[in-house]
Design a protein. Structure first.
Length: 119
């Protein structure tokens, strides 16, 4: 006759199936996904609140009418703005000239060709 032996395992199957996380494990399990979620939300918030937009009105979509002028010795952007648009605020015209010509520092030299807004 053969004897059948049984092996008794301490603890129940339910207790063995439970997962116990250490402090580092909790940080990895909960912290990393939370940080990724925050990064995605901040990126989306920045994307949705960016100041870049096409235009508020149809009038702003019209291209600026320009003429080309050659800078003479002794001329400045302020003087050119006063000549090409005497009825407008020279500060606005100077800013427009700088934008139209991609001038980084607003310096011009004699002989340089500039696009200026036409009146």
């Amino acid at each position: 006759m053969t004897a059948i032996s049984t092996v008794h395992v301490s603890g129940s199957a339910e207790a063995m199936g439970r997962l116990h996380l250490t402090r580092r494990g909790r940080v990895v399990f909960f912290g990393v996904p939370a940080m990724l979620l925050v990064a995605v939300l901040l990126s989306m918030g920045g994307f949705l609140n960016s100041p870049a937009k096409a235009s508020d009105s149809v009038a702003e979509l019209q291209p600026t009418n320009t003429v080309s002028v050659t800078v003479q010795a002794g001329q400045s952007l302020w003087g050119i703005a006063g000549v090409v648009a005497p009825s407008r605020d020279p500060r606005e015209v100077v800013a427009e000239i700088i934008q139209l010509n991609n001038l980084l520092d607003g310096r011009i030299i004699p002989g340089q060709r500039l696009f200026v807004p036409s009146a």
